[in-house]
Unconditional design. Structure first.
Length: 200
């Protein structure tokens, strides 16, 4: 008699928190530079420096590394950023760049302002990221490496979308959703350095 097995239940595995993501050698080097500068200008004495360097090489996650410099630099200047707070700008400008974690769903708001999100050194929490935007009389600029696929289903009213990124079929996807009114969304890759004709 044929037995009928119940269908397998796929358990939802929660995503790791940004601070729990594994750190790489480049992340340790970023932190080591900050610790060296702090020793040089007296913010750390030799004992504190040695303790933090030992902890640096024991660290396995981004959160463990970011804790080593939390009291040495303001949040916007940290070598690693694991906070997932939205980017919001009103009547001004805001930029996020460097080594920061981009969560699977990330909101950004530009009201009469310009917001720049530079993802060239960022760590994407998943292979598909949804950027939820609200742009009103402003511009949101997204800078990503070549190979990232940009999708822009955001609703537009008297606004514009420009995608200058050369996509790769197997690259990560960044989907830009939300509402743009009398504003613009621009996605581009960083400019390549100019080749000097005098260099051999």
């Amino acid at each position: 008699m044929e037995s009928h097995r119940p269908p397998a239940i796929r358990r939802h595995v929660p995503e790791p928190r940004p601070a729990d993501l594994r750190a790489g050698d480049a992340d340790r080097e970023r932190v080591a530079v900050v610790l060296g500068d702090a020793l040089a200008d007296g913010r750390l004495d030799h004992g504190e420096y040695e303790q933090r360097v030992e902890a640096l090489y024991r660290a396995r996650t981004l959160g463990e590394l970011s804790a080593l410099t939390a009291d040495l630099l303001p949040p916007e200047a940290q070598p690693l950023r694991t906070d997932v707070r939205p980017v919001t700008a009103f009547f001004g400008s805001e930029k996020r760049s460097g080594r920061w974690v981009v969560p699977t769903r990330f909101p950004a708001t530009a009201i009469c302002a310009n917001v720049t999100l530079d993802l060239c050194e960022a760590l994407l929490q998943s292979s598909r990221v949804t950027l939820q935007v609200t742009v009103l009389f402003g511009t949101l600029t997204l800078i990503v490496p070549e190979g990232v696929r940009i999708e822009m289903p955001a609703s537009m009213y008297m606004g514009g979308k420009k995608n200058h990124v050369r996509a790769s079929p197997d690259g990560p996807v960044i989907e830009i959703t939300g509402i743009v009114t009398c504003g613009n969304i621009v996605a581009k890759s960083p400019k390549r350095p100019r080749r000097s004709w005098f260099r051999r």
